[in-house]
Design a protein. Sequence first.
Length: 588
Amino acid sequence: MKRTNYCGELSVSNVENKVVLMGWAAKNRDLGGVLFIDLRDRTGVVQLVINEQAGGEVFSLAESVRSEYVIGVEGIVKKRDPETVNKNIPTGEIEVIVSRLVIYSKSETPPFYIEEDIDTNEQVRLKYRYLDLRRPDMQKNIITRHKVCKIARDYFDSNGFLEIETPMLIKSTPEGARDYLVPSRVHRGSFYALPQSPQLYKQLLMVAGMDRYFQIARCFRDEDLRADRQPEFTQIDLEMSFVDIDDVISVNEGMIAEVFEKTIGVKVKTPFLRLTYKEAMDRFGSDKPDTRFGLELINLSEIAAGCGFKVFADAIASGGSVRAINAKGAADRLSRRDLDSLVDFVKIYRAKGLAWIVVTQDELKSPITKFFTQEEIQAILKKTDAAAGDVLLFVADKDNIVFDALGALRIEIAKRLDLIDKSRYNFLWVTDFPLLEYDDEQKKYVAIHHPFTCPFDEDIDKLDTNPLSVRAKAYDIILNGTELGGGSIRIHDRELQAKMLSLLGFSQEEAQERFGFLLEAFKYGTPPHGGMAYGLDRLVMLLTGSESIRDVMAFPKVQNASEPMSNAPDTVDKKQLMELGIKIRETQ
RNA sequence: GGCCCGGUAGUUCAGUCGGUUCAGAAUGCCAGCCUGUCACGCUGGAGGUCGAGGGUUCGAGCCCCUUCCGGGUCGCCA
């Protein structure tokens, strides 16, 4: 038998056609003299009908079919009687009257139902991932992922980009995430690293005159996992020559618009909103703000400076700030107990506490109002636009703690009060990031983006005098509070690159040792260039409405970075280790 | 590394104060019956290392300790 059609593609237009279908038996309904089987393949399900009188052999064979048997059938497509139409499935108007049936393989009873919206422990799903992936919603996710890749490829191709592969076995980079290392057999004691991103190679491709590059690139970072983070993930990576920020942004807005329209039919408006890093932090306490709801931060430092409440006054005196969120009209939805739990919530972010004022018609309920003068209280109420029914929530600390705590609190409150409109797709760019930050632990400057990011032209002078004030030509693209991707214009000047590396604490020798090949390349004519990279998995996660990146990866890893189906990683033969010159040392 | 949540039939879960009724439900599975079902129905049946180990107790699914596994999160992720 040779397949003629897919199950889900049959319709009334196929009525009276003789068809051959292949797939998995999803459900049997044995009524005695007539037997129904739902046949499922990638495209959907269709009902098979086997009548007893149609032929004893086919019927008895069909009676032995169990869930997930792989079968092939030949039959005639028939229109169903109106009273037997199933409106719940797309093929519900027709059915296939089976005349031949082949069982290609039997199946043990699967450990969970092969259907949408199962309520099964993820551990079990991952152990039997091939069964999980057989479920329609997982198939949809994987198909969407394929479409995104295809659309991105076509888009970049038609915009003059070349798809170029870069190596997976590369030199270890000293900064950034922890590398996955691969021992070299030939060079005993030496290691390759798996790429955290194709960063240096794509820049070298620009030096090589490829002009526009893209790649759907696998990347590796040996860091702890999250719902939206895997140690092995995929980037849509691109780089362009002779461009500045606006060029990169507009090419990418076009790509995103096309992806959203062609996958989920959402028309996104371009150009996207742009926020500077400073504005994003001031208003949302985050460099990846979710703008689907309000609850913006309000800076009360001016009012609180020198006030009678020591916690506030001290925070400001030591260079920090006091900021607040006004949860409008939430007074009757946030009980005293809820407020206590919010106090605990902000402590996760190292805030020492959370002060609050509940505004009612005739009084202010709060543990802190007694520390303020009437004037100060009035100023606070005015600045926060407080009205009866509002709840004001304050954090006072160093700026970064205030932002972390209130930024997270903002989202937490929005979730609890159900303020988020899930039908919206709020894209925005965050720009004007600082180039550097000071790492107290390492006692040195570190690049916020990476060491190849170009500073603002007008800030270059300040590299020597006030490095922390230098802005970077970097940009992140944010969707609904998730960082989808980011990039930058790169340094293309050898001197400036060398200066950056020295500012980051690399000695001349170290810089030469680690990045010598890049600096060397820059001697030979380097075009101005820049680009960006998307987290493909996150993008698909948002497109499919998935809660976890694992739901859009065929074979993801779990929190301890292992893979439950194959049980990777695993020990290897002594012989393999011998060849590599590796000995496992027991640690205590 | 820290914090929070979870682990009981194949699956999803309930299990009160530690005690008879505590080895339970639903679903799935198996068998029989059934000619229009589509969550088919009816009758019957099988199915358990209560994650593991230790402790307290006359007695532990339940209390205590240790440990393993999974999820979330902080740190980490240029």
